[in-house]
Design a protein. Sequence first.
Length: 561
Amino acid sequence: MATHSRSGPINISLQGDFQTVQRSFGFWAIIVGLGITLWLAALENSVLTTAAPALLKEISLGDNWIWLTNAFFLASAAFQPLMGQLANLFGRRWLALSVVAIFMLGSGICGGAKNGATLIAGRAVQGIGSGGILMTYDVIVSDLVPLRYRGNYIAIILLIYSIGTTTGALIGGVIVDNISWRWVFWINLPIGGASLLIIFFFLHVHHKKDLSWHVRLARIDWVGNSILIGGSVSMLIALTYAGTRYPWSSWQTLVPLLLGFASFFSFWLFEASPFAPADPVMPPRLFASRTSVIVGINTFLFTAVVYWAIFFLPVYFQAVQLLSPTRAGINVIPVSLLGVPAAAAAAAAVSKWGKYKAIHMTGFSLFTIGLGLFSRLGEDSPTYEWALYMVIGGIGGGLLLNTQLPAFQAPVSEDDQAAATGSWNFLRTLGGVWGVAIPAAIFANRVDALIADGAVANPFAAAAMLGGGAYQYASAEFVHFFPNPDDQAQIRAVYRQAVQRVFLIGIAFSSFAWLLCLFEKDIPLRTVLVTEYGLKGGKSAVPAGTEGGENNEREVGLDRA
């Protein structure tokens, strides 16, 4: 258990007595180490957005380019619930070391790839590691700090995280312009090595060792995980080629899409059935509260529309405003420059006031306005205009970035924190999958429709842009390849209209999320912590501010009520 005093949260690991967390060098080393580890995932999420055109120029993937992102997000999403189970069964330390190593392995594969298949396989391996990093970060912070006060420490980690998100696109542009796209991936190796060392030397936490490896493996929900992974793959295959390689009404689209939805439905039936294992991968009780259901849906929707912006603002800058990858990377900095500090401030506000509904409504309001403003951008939009739009959208997104997980965890008992965190991260990452696939399909369909109407007169340019090729060639270099000013103007106009359509449809998704926020409830956030995975080495003591164990037990009882 835990309580808190005026000096801050006190972690108490239930190992038979009270233990206080010493906010020592080791404690802060873990916080900083988590920040650096998370920076890996943040950097990789944004660095590829400006590097993709140069990468695809060397390794042509045709309409399979979308698998650069889809393989990453699919693997990340599909394995996160399993990671939550592994964290409980084998401990946080082992899992944290493993996922960073997996991410580094994937980065090495991508950096050395000579063909598209190897590159996509490396991205899938990266995705498994990235999903594990995001999940273990949330779980470990949940083990160290009571729910009400996690925001203070999440804010510190987010400041480190902001370095990756703020500089990722710029780093990608600089690397592409001056070295090689391969270093977009190889740069993760020294950073990952530093993260591994910090985790190895400082992350020493309790975990159960009363079960043999055989028993632990038997307790994993293999059936549930298999259904979840299979459904995710099937649905993503449908979304990848819908509207480009195959029509939406074709069997090639409808069959895998319907199989995906059927798999998710079967998954929920199995998890709620008597045949479910004792430790289901995603217990139905996690969604027993109305607020949990709403926050789960909104986590999915928010992540989707965030990637709407992350992946198509660089397209606008490079193919419409004709900027270099480096300059495009600089131009997207305002989104994270204010977005991540806003996230840190929002997390701290949740810690101070213990409420999140108003923050969610404000965040979705601003982000929806931002999407609407993005849809107004044109070939000659001045700097102050797009910078202001990104500030508005960035602040809105920042308010939502790390305030939804506490709301999802609030109705759930401490015993289910790892499962809740894994489930929430699954929804978040699955939102990223849809947030790339859906706008990509919207973008490609709009380009195809405009070209079919004769918007691009040059037959070579039109042929290159059809069938999903427009994203692959979204660069100033492609536009300048055609010396005729009329051809350039037509190509830029098609890119502008396609990007505008993407943002206009994004408004509907974000607005629906705002409406759902009306039905959220500010469930009290726990000010005590009950965990079997706290830091080792705590001193036995009755926490300051209590009059004895009995009073503290009464506080726990009131909090749970």
